[in-house]
Design a protein around this ligand. Structure first.
Ligand SMILES: [Cu+2]
Length: 498
């Protein structure tokens, strides 16, 4: 019965979805594309600074045979190169805007001066240029960069403005994990998209999509639909990046094999955590190790009933409720056998629990008021308009919500009185999750993070290092990483004072 209802909805309300269903059926019979690996970009070393140049530009990609999709990319058609830097590096990244609209580039997960952060205040006008210069002061991690344009983040990221930024350090070079980029150290940028009848990206096509966030029915990995990875080695490190606008994933292997989580957004966990399923919200990153010694071919899938597809307004509408999606087929038939010792300790963390922080410094409630939701559904331009809020305030670019002092550890308490799950992201920090409703955080989220899932009626406490940089003028953002929520005002900004 449930299936019938869903098909009925698809047939009556979602023409693009219907089109996709038919094309998906054709596509599944075709030859699978090999997983593309974003090109490594290590910069040019000049005057003691690693120099990079990113051009935001228009592109065109044939995601499906015979259909050319108009896209955006950095230095290419879709997504961008993988910037690779080392702790201690001083970097200068020049960004040129070759688009006909304003844009920005935010270094998601980076601890850096506020005016270098690439948030909505570092706007780059068409034909404009902006250079972000900062020192890498944090540990090895998988970061990413993406548009954070005021009110336009959702559509720009959707069209392709995102890329990876990897930090190496002494630890990452010596810890003994696979580290040959594209060989046994594989980035997986996971995104969902919808296509219209002409093969173009279809963004928020019907009104509730603005409210629940854009969920596409086609999964792209590194910009390819349902690709295959012919594993070259039998132990792979997968850098999982949920670069989707709104979709949560529940990742696991079809044959039920387990994997080890070795890192979260801010770097290595203290110890690997063995899992069979891993839930990821938009903006979250995890690194996992998978053992392919059996040389089997296995599908990495995302299983249904996760995030807002399983409950909340989206679930109530019956959308995508039980939808399982293929992410990546891994063929290990010719994987080279490698020997690696089992690693039990990846990192040693300071005992943050012992740090005296006093009381809760900041308290947030993530909100989607009924009035706000109605307004949001009618507001398809994506401007901040009171649809979504934090503590009864929608984002106002001219209003600083609060200030903190530098070099402090603050406890931030994040509540969620809305009917949806939200991934909460804080700029300029790698925080630790202290508790979920008073209980310890999940083992895999006990490392450093910059984005944390907050479910309905949940209270998540995090400890936030405020970092060494202060600037009374330029703020950092904190926001929901469902990009339609961010664009609709579920965002605030704070300054760090000396
Ligand atoms: Cu949200």
């Amino acid at each position: 019965m449930k299936m019938n209802r869903r098909k009925f909805l698809a047939a009556t309300a979602l023409t693009p979805a219907l089109l996709f269903l038919s094309r998906g059926a054709v596509a599944s019979k075709r030859y699978r594309q090999e997983l593309p690996i974003p090109e490594l970009y290590e910069g040019k070393y000049r005057n003691g600074i690693k120099q990079f140049r990113l051009n935001a530009e228009y592109g065109e990609v044939e995601f499906f045979n015979g259909y050319k999709t108009e896209t955006l990319g950095y230095n290419g058609n879709y997504l961008g190169p993988t910037l690779r830097v080392r702790k201690g590096d001083r970097v200068a990244i020049e960004v040129n805007n070759h688009l006909a609209e304003d844009t920005t580039v935010h270094w998601h997960g980076m601890i850096l001066p506020a005016r270098m952060d690439g948030g909505p205040h570092q706007n780059i006008i068409p034909r404009g240029q902006w250079t972000s210069e900062f020192k890498i002061i944090q540990s090895a991690a998988t970061l990413f960069y993406h548009s954070h344009a005021h009110g336009q983040t959702g559509q720009q990221v959707y069209r392709g403005l995102a890329g990876l930024l990897l930090i190496d350090d002494e630890k990452s070079e010596q810890v003994g994990l696979p580290k040959d980029y594209g060989i046994d150290d594989i980035p997986l940028v996971i995104q969902d998209r919808d296509f219209d009848q002409g093969g173009q990206f279809s963004y928020v096509g019907f009104m509730p999509e603005r409210m629940i966030g854009k969920h596409g029915k086609t999964l792209l990995v590194n910009g390819a639909y349902s690709p295959i990875l012919k594993a070259k080695r039998n132990k792979l490190r997968l850098r999982l990046v949920n670069a989707s606008n709104a979709r949560f994933y529940n990742l696991g292997f079809e044959d039920g094999r387990s994997f080890k989580v070795v890192a979260s957004e801010g770097g290595f966990l203290e110890n690997p955590v063995v899992l069979k399923r891993l839930e990821m919200g938009p903006g979250e990153r995890y690194e996992i190790l998978v053992d392919l010694s059996d040389r089997k071919t296995v599908m990495l899938k995302s299983y249904g009933n996760v995030g807002n597809a399983s409950h909340g307004p989206m679930g109530m509408m019956g959308m995508d409720k039980d939808m399982d999606m293929d992410v990546l087929l891994i063929d290990a038939e010719s994987a080279e056998k490698t020997t690696s010792k089992s690693i039990t300790t990846l990192a040693k963390f300071p005992d943050w629990m012992a740090i005296k922080t006093g009381n809760v410094s900041q308290q947030f409630d993530l909100q989607m008021g009924m009035m706000g939701m109605m307004r949001g559904m009618m507001n398809r331009m994506g401007k901040s308009g009171g649809m979504m809020s934090i503590n009864d305030k929608s984002f106002d670019i001219d209003h600083i919500n609060f200030s903190v002092r530098k070099n402090q550890f603050e406890v931030w308490k994040i509540g969620n009185s809305s009917p949806m799950v939200h991934p909460f992201h804080i700029h300029n920090t790698q925080f630790k999750v202290l508790s979920r409703n008073g209980n310890p955080a999940n083992p895999f989220e006990r490392g450093f993070k910059d984005t944390v899932i907050v479910s309905q009626n949940e209270i998540v406490e995090v400890m936030v290092p405020t970092g060494p940089y202060s600037d009374p003028q330029n703020p950092y953002m904190y926001h929901c990483h469902i990009l339609e929520h961010e664009d609709a005002g579920m965002m605030g900004q704070f300054v760090v004072k000396s």
